[in-house]
Design a protein around this ligand. Sequence first.
Ligand code: ADP
Length: 524
Amino acid sequence: MKSTQRIGLILTLVFVLPAVFFSVYEISSLNRDERMIQDVYRKQLDAILFSVNQYSDDVLNSWIAKVESGWIEKVPGHTPKKIKNLLTFNSSLVAVFISDPPYGAANGAVFSLTDSSKEHISAINETLSSGAENIRQLVEYKKDGFQKLQSLPYRDSANNDLRCLAFVVGDQPSQFSIAGLLVDPNIFIQEVVGPRLQIIAKDQFILSVFKKGSPASIYSTLARNGDTLKAEAHTKDLWLLPDFTIGIRANGTSIQSLVDKRTTTNLILLLSLDAVLIVAVILVFRNVKHEVQLAQNKADFVSNVSHEIRTPLALISMFAETLEMGRVGSEEKKQEYYSIITKETHRLSGIVNKILSFSQIDANKKNLVFRIVDINAEVNGILKTYDFHLRSKGFGYTFIPGGEVSVQADDEAFAEAVINLIDNAMKYSPDKKFIEITSGIENEYGYVAVKDHGIGISKMDQKHIFDKFFRVSSGDLAKSLGTGLGLSLVKQLTEAQHGHVTVSSAPGKGSVFTLYFLLKKTES
Ligand code: ADP
């Protein structure tokens, strides 16, 4: 495994995996917490609705007690006083009836504040006979000592809103009578249940009552627009008035929405944390990869430079020794040896200068003096100096200037960059030895381009060739020596002159390196 892959794996194992596990665990526990809070909240709402039902039951039971005690004090032909009071003070109570024993028929007494009491008789009879089974059960309960209340739909087409709440009165089974309260549920909710809802609701909840089948509330502790059953957090039917549903929701921010908000915030935080971590790991990995690559390139650099230096040194020392020993006979040979020594010394100083120049620019210590540089004149000068060198290596060349191109640059740094490009063009063109140099203007830049027909550079390597110490290490290239500093130096020199360098190349087809410099400022 390559060291960068190993580092990537370690970073993933140490940072990303634990973060992902932690996130998965946290997200699942967030859901659990949310469910638990929801459960507690629902139970609380349940308890509140239970207490409303309990209260309605209590009220009706107190009415039953009054009917029972009123019935005991009855005087034939008169409405007992207690029942009359009950009817007077509770407008939701439309009528009270008590059948004669044996139970089952309502031909006994019907008390009401209006004269309509007799009109109810047939409807009461029908209601009781359709609820015969329920009545039988009520009697059984009463025999066992329980007073129960049975809610029956009232069978009267004229009063089909009413509800008949039936119960059994009497001490002995033989004296049992079926009694009932005819209640108007709408009024009962407004007058009895409503005030209780107000007390329970306070500022914390909104309690509303809905009639089944109709979406709008018939009573609410807080009038709101668009009250709907669906909007309630929790609902329950009223026990004794099963056509009605009571709904509850929090006033203002509910626990539910607080929980939802908290869950969303936590989720966003968690995911952002993961995203930041992943980005950080990627950045660290890229940096480490870069550093590892640099360390590798540096190691290669040392061995490349040693190799580059060793060859001229060996040649110099060999020919110098030969000359020193006086073994060379002819003057001609002597001259040849001298010129080899000079050439190799130049090569050596070239390498040393490149390294020095690189270290200076790399440490930002190179002092550049900006002047107006005429690119064409400068390139012509370089080619004049290099003409012999190029021709002796078998290279042909052309220079096609593109009009007058004057840029702001340091002439020495400019020349150094161009020479490096020509050097490379020669070094990496083993077969087709031809170099084309052009110049011109593009946007606000003046440029010089060096084109060769050599081995070219793959897209992958093009990303790295300007890195310090980088050399393409595959194929025959390893044989052609170099330091890996040339293009890095070119890039740094050009950028220090506020310019830039580009490459366009394809393996086997040659390369074009173009240096761009800012055009001379025109006086306005
Ligand atoms: P070197 O001392 O190896 O030439 P450089 O920094 O000058 O170092 O170049 C980096 C690498 O870019 C070289 O190793 C070579 O593979 C590639 N390269 C540079 N110039 C050319 C060119 N003109 N044609 C093909 N490859 C090139």
